[in-house]
Design a protein around this ligand. Structure first.
Ligand code: PHE
Length: 460
């Protein structure tokens, strides 16, 4: 998406709004922002941690119901108002303009730690490209890397500077074009690696864990925890409840079908996530045993080098894989940073360069907290979380549910769902999933959000 041009246009707000040149352009841009570390790094470790298949099934159900309703809502708010996120909610209803501020705070919290993880991916790319893939596959490689502060800081800075430079120079166009070509390459690589993992001895146990739900000894508390984790993941992975889809919606053409586009974005995003899990979850069981399933954020980094080490040509495949992941992560971090920069420009009435520098400064400070939290300050915790995990928790399990709940109340009860229905009907004769949409937005989603928020607040 020509984000820079878009920001300019949003700023002008004079009715001469540009839009995507084609239907595919919108879907690819939105999917490009959605597919990122959430799919490849976050989904597999959560699936491994929360009972494999149970998590996968709950995730898919949530994405098709709640995720669907929320994405339709956000895209319609964007398309109807034609405004950037900070003004769009206020445009729907004056009393809800503060939602724009919450929506911008979320990317501000996510993008710094996103850059830290992006830095980890750069480190592994660097290891593979310099022929150290075997070393990277050894136990302890990841923890000794993140356990010291200098090297993770350097790689974090590399990734953050790459993101910042693209946003500052406004060359998103080029990056997104490259990434559109390379996304299919990533998909082919993932499918190829998944097939390879399936041929390894012991893969069947991993597959069973990942695809066949096992409720033996499953408690209600575990179920709630799994739903909460799947819900947070759904927001994160589909780029929901943070204003991104509102911004994209503002540039969707009136003739494009909202329902169909949402389904296509969801399908592509979930496909990449489920396939990444299909590699990582069985591989954990094969190479490290079931006890390693709960490893958390380190899971992909500990597991994938072992897979590459065991396969013929693994050094080259590993190098290509990590490079593709860097690109996928970059397009996501760029669109996250762009939201923040756009708001700083609009609200503080600043030019692009100073707005970028301020945002970049905030990213560096918050990102360093995450780096230090895993190394020299690893004994320091907030409500039991290290910095990085705390930022992840506060955004996915607190702020996004709050935003989602208030959006549902705004659309479901204040301005009523008809306003969104009308926007969907601009391009089609029938809103096929209208009933589902209505029930989700008015009743089921708000109840879910309240349960999730209560569950999160218990932690404080
Ligand atoms: N959805 C992206 C991912 O899965 C993260 C992201 C969120 C990117 C919001 C942009 C905006 O990695």
């Amino acid at each position: 998406m020509r984000i820079r041009a878009i920001v300019k246009e949003v700023k002008m707000e004079n009715g001469t709004k540009e839009s995507f040149g084609s239907k595919l352009g919108f879907i690819l841009a939105a999917a490009g922002s959605a597919v990122g570390l959430g799919n490849i790094w976050r989904f597999p470790y959560l699936a491994a941690q929360y009972n494999g298949a149970v998590f996968v099934i709950i995730y898919i159900i949530l994405a098709l119901t709640f995720g669907f309703a929320l994405m339709v809502t956000e895209i319609c708010i964007g398309r109807k108002t034609g405004k950037s996120v900070i003004s769009a909610y206020g445009n729907v209803h004056k009393g809800f303009s503060f939602l724009g501020i919450i929506a911008t705070l979320v990317p501000l919290i996510i993008v710094p730690y996103y850059c830290v993880i992006g830095g980890w991916v750069c480190k592994y790319f660097f290891s593979f490209v310099t022929g150290q893939g075997t070393a990277a596959a050894q136990d302890g490689y990841f923890s000794s890397f993140t356990g010291e502060w200098l090297s993770p800081t350097i790689f974090f800075l590399i990734f953050a500077i790459l993101t910042g430079l693209v946003v500052m120079l406004g060359v998103q166009n080029g990056i997104e074009k490259i990434s559109k070509i390379l996304m299919p390459v990533l998909l082919v690589l993932i499918i190829g690696i998944a097939i390879y993992v399936m041929t390894l001895p012991g893969a069947i146990d991993g597959l069973r864990y990942y695809l066949v739900p096992d409720f033996r000894g499953y408690t209600f508390k575990q179920f709630i925890d799994t739903v909460v984790a799947a819900m947070g993941q759904m927001f994160y992975s589909l780029s929901l409840a943070m204003g991104i889809m509102v911004t994209y919606g503002a540039y969707m053409r009136k003739e494009d079908h909202v329902e169909k586009s949402v389904l296509q974005i969801e399908f592509f995003d979930s496909l990449v996530a489920v396939l990444a899990g299909l590699i990582i979850v069985p591989a954990v069981i094969i190479f490290s045993g079931e006890e390693a399933l709960g490893a958390g954020p380190s899971l992909m980094f500990v597991t994938l080098p072992k897979v590459f080490q065991s396969m013929p040509g693994g050094q080259i495949i590993g190098t290509a894989f990590f490079l593709m992941v860097i690109l996928a992560a970059l397009t996501s971090s760029i669109s996250l940073m762009e939201v923040v920069v756009a708001v700083v420009m609009e609200k503080l009435n600043m030019k692009r360069l100073p707005a970028c520098l301020i945002t970049f400064g905030a990213i560096i400070i918050l990102g360093m907290l995450s780096v230090f939290g895993y190394s020299i300050w690893d004994t320091f915790t907030i409500i039991g979380y290290q910095f990085l995990d705390f930022f992840d928790f506060i955004s996915n399990n607190v702020m996004m549910p709050i935003l989602a709940l208030l959006t549902c109340i705004l659309i479901g009860w204040v301005v009523r769902t008809e306003s969104v229905e009308q926007e969907v009907l601009v391009s089609v004769d029938r809103f096929k999933t209208r009933k589902l949409y209505k029930v989700m937005t008015m009743i089921i989603c708000p109840i879910f959000m309240i349960i999730i928020l209560l569950n999160s607040f218990i932690k404080f």
